[in-house]
Design a protein around this ligand. Structure first.
Ligand code: APR
Length: 174
C-alpha cells in the first residue's frame, strides 16, 4: 500500500513511465480520458493503435506515449456497468491485473491509473475504487518493478471516494 498514492488532476500531465488509458475495444479513441490522452499524445498514437487490432474487455495493450510526458500508454478496456450481474467486478479487476503484468514485463518503475469505467461506463465509484486498490496492492509483490503507482482522480468527488476507500483498506490491513 505504501507504493500507492492518490492524486487529483489530469493524467495526461503525469511524468511517469506509463499512464493507463480507459479505452474502448476498438482502441481508436473516444471521449473522456481516452480523448484527452489521444489529443495530448498526437496523431501518431492513433496510428500505432490502428495496428493493434483492438483490445478485449479486461485486457491491456501497450504503446509509446509520443507527445505525452509519459513514455508509454497502457490501453485497457473496462467493463460497462450493467448493475453488477455481468462479471463487471472480475472484468474490472482483470483490467488492473493486465496493466500490472505489462508494467512488470516492461520493468516500469512508475505508472498512473485513471478511475477505469467510472465515467461513461458508469461503474459505481466506491466499488471501482475498492477493486482498483485491492487488485493493485495484491499485484505489488516485493519483486515487482513498480516503485510508485498513482491513482489519478479527475475531480474532487472521485478523489474523495478513492481516499475513503484507501484509508479504510489501509486501516484494515494494519
Ligand atoms: N485525467 C484523469 N482522469 C480523467 C481525465 C483526465 N484527463 N478525463 C476523464 N477522467 C476520468 C473520468 O472523470 C472518470 O473518472 O477518467 C475516469 C474514466 O472515465 P471515462 O474516460 O469516461 O472512461 P470509462 O468510464 O472507462 O469509459 C470508457 O469512454 O472515452 C470513452 O473511448 C472511451 O468508450 C470508452 C469509454
Amino acid at each position: 500500500m505504501n507504493r500507492i498514492e492518490i492524486v487529483e488532476g489530469d493524467i495526461t500531465r503525469m511524468t511517469v513511465d506509463a499512464i493507463v488509458n480507459a479505452a474502448n475495444a476498438s482502441l481508436l479513441g473516444g471521449g473522456g480520458v481516452d480523448g484527452a490522452i489521444h489529443r495530448t499524445a498526437g496523431p501518431q498514437l492513433l496510428k500505432e493503435c490502428r495496428r493493434l487490432g483492438g483490445c478485449r474487455t479486461g485486457e491491456a495493450k501497450i504503446t509509446r506515449g509520443y507527445a505525452l510526458p509519459a513514455r508509454y500508454v497502457i490501453h485497457t478496456v473496462g467493463p460497462v456497468w450493467h448493475g453488477g450481474t455481468q462479471q463487471e467486478a472480475s472484468l474490472l479487476a482483470s483490467c488492473y491485473e493486465s496493466c500490472m503484468v505489462l508494467a512488470q514485463e516492461y520493468r516500469l518503475k512508475s505508472i498512473a491509473f485513471p478511475a477505469i469505467s467510472c465515467g461513461l461506463y458508469g461503474y459505481p465509484l466506491g466499488q471501482a475504487a475498492e477493486i482498483a486498490i485491492t487488485t493493485i496492492s495484491r499485484s505489488l509483490t516485493p519483486g515487482h518493478s513498480l516503485e510508485k503507482v498513482y491513482l489519478v482522480c479527475f475531480g474532487a468527488d472521485v478523489a474523495a471516494a478513492y481516499r475513503d476507500c484507501f484509508n479504510r483498506l489501509k486501516g484494515a490491513s494494519a
